[in-house]
Design a protein around this ligand. Structure first.
Ligand SMILES: NC(=O)c1ccc[n+]([C@@H]2O[C@H](COP(=O)([O-])OP(=O)(O)OC[C@H]3O[C@@H](n4cnc5c(N)ncnc54)[C@H](O)[C@@H]3O)[C@@H](O)[C@H]2O)c1
Length: 441
């Protein structure tokens, strides 16, 4: 007979918004035999209650998770004897919770981006060093089976030494617009999309190539969203937030919170507490982030990356090509093929089966016919990456031959490209990664 000797973790979640649902449902459900969910912490009490209601609807006998206001975070760690903290707050606040949790002796799982600027990243790396505790960054895209296959093919030398990568990522009008409706639209909150979103993509490249960014040059700006572009193209309507605004009625970019039970309970019903408006006009003033960015990176391996992120595309997905000394590897992933007007975020995927996109991974070795590599894609968010990541974080992790588990160093290494790109956008010059964040990456 064998016994499971892994100690049970006592886990708290801070930031009970949309993303936290992945964790609260998993921890109260499939991982409840390994992890005790012992605390919720948020500035908004209503949202914590909504998470407890969701849990109760599936597990009616479960005692509600104790809830704490943000000012009682340290008290929660003590009173509930927490040893693992999951951070799902607004990006700007990640560092504060990560550092306080580490100093209280906890391990941390943080949502991406690890943080939003170099100073905050240094604080996290220092605290991790000082405390010896662990920080895991939730890079779910590493766990997407097709991305793991790319890693295996490259590490296995199928195209030889990689000389360059060409990487284009498109956000469709539903998902892309969503970053301009709420806190992400302020660079101080999110670091801009080169940090908030591209951290996933830069992490993938670092991991695929096993390389560290050296020099970064970027160009781009706010092309489509924001008040100036909206007015110029006649797309702007005269309202600040959609709910209760007749001017939003015929706006295909307006988010209708009252029509979506999850969005209504999580945001509309909660806003009297903190004034968080989830449905702002994407063409209203106040946008300080970019929506169209081109980035050129040179890595310490000598490889180069040309990268483009567009947040206003008709379809969502990405194309990547790796040029190697023995061939080329090409990946096309269509996550959605089009956007329906007036719909929510793209995280809900295609509207019908006919709309579902396709995934194509092609290996083109020199002097050989192209070979399509078939990869079974996964169910669930982010191409099946979410469920696999949860298993690695909270389940029986087992061996990790592909090195998918990302620590704080990987979190910082992925950030540095976006931070340097932001500096390059501001200065118009190429930026050395080490001048932005020199922490022995
Ligand atoms: N890995 C992924 O694919 C993925 C997907 C979506 C979101 N995320 C990340 O998850 C995080 C949350 O995103 P979201 O979409 O759930 O946002 P959200 O706005 O729905 O939720 C954020 C929550 O943080 C709370 N909060 C804000 N300031 C706080 C503070 N100072 N202290 C405590 N709580 C505070 C808010 O009240 C809210 O409940 C972000 O870091 C985001 O980048 C990751």
């Amino acid at each position: 007979m064998t016994f499971d000797t892994a100690p049970r973790r006592r886990c708290a979640v801070v930031g009970l918004g949309a993303r936290a649902r992945l964790y609260t449902q998993a921890l109260a459900g499939p991982y409840a035999d390994r992890v005790d969910l012992v605390g919720f912490c948020d500035v908004n009490a209503h949202r914590m209650d909504v998470h407890n209601d969701w849990i109760a609807s599936v597990h009616p006998d479960r005692v509600p998770v104790p809830t704490y206001g943000a000012e009682d975070f340290d008290e929660m760690l003590r009173r509930e004897r927490v040893d693992l903290v999951v951070v799902c707050t607004v990006d700007r606040t990640h560092d504060d919770y990560i550092v306080r949790a580490l100093e209280a002796g906890c391990d941390v799982v943080t949502e991406k981006p690890m943080t939003t600027d170099a100073e905050r990243a240094r604080r996290i790396l220092d605290a991790r060093r000082r405390t010896g505790r662990s920080v895991r960054v939730a890079f779910n895209y590493r766990y997407n089976p097709v991305h793991s296959a790319v890693r295996e093919l490259l590490a296995g030398g199928e195209i030889g030494e990689v000389g360059s990568v060409h990487f284009e990522w498109l956000l469709d009008l539903r998902h892309g617009a969503d970053y301009f409706r709420r806190w992400h639209r302020d660079k101080a909150d999110s670091g801009g999309l080169l940090v908030h979103k591209s951290t996933h993509h830069f992490d993938l490249v670092n991991w695929w190539l096993d390389a560290t960014p050296h020099t970064v040059f970027a160009q781009g700006g706010l092309f489509f969203y924001g008040d100036e572009a909206g007015r110029r193209r006649g797309l702007a309507r005269d309202y600040i937030r959609a709910h209760g605004s007749p001017a939003a009625d015929d706006d295909p970019y307006a988010l209708r919170l009252a029509d979506e039970p999850i969005l209504k309970s999580l945001y509309l019903d909660a806003e009297s507490e903190d004034g968080y408006h989830r449905d702002q006009n994407v063409f209203a003033p106040g946008v300080t982030i970019e929506d169209d960015m081109a980035v050129l990176v040179r890595y310490d391996s000598g490889a180069t990356l040309t990268y483009h992120l567009t947040a206003y595309a008709p379809w969502e997905g990405y194309r990547i090509a790796f040029n190697g000394s023995e061939g080329r590897l090409e990946l096309l992933v269509e996550e959605t093929t089009w956007s329906r007007p007036g719909t929510r975020t793209a995280l809900h995927g295609a509207e019908t089966d006919e709309d579902a996109g396709r995934t194509e991974l092609l290996l083109r070795r020199f002097w050989e016919r192209p070979r399509e590599i078939k990869v079974a894609t996964g169910e669930g968010g982010h191409g099946g990456g979410d469920v696999r990541m949860l298993d690695d974080l909270f389940g029986d992790a087992g061996a990790d031959p592909l090195g998918r588990a990302a620590d704080a160093t990987a979190g910082a290494r992925s950030l540095v490209t976006g931070l340097a790109a932001n500096e390059s956008l501001a200065s118009g010059r190429a930026v050395r990664a080490a001048d932005v964040l020199s922490v022995g990456l």
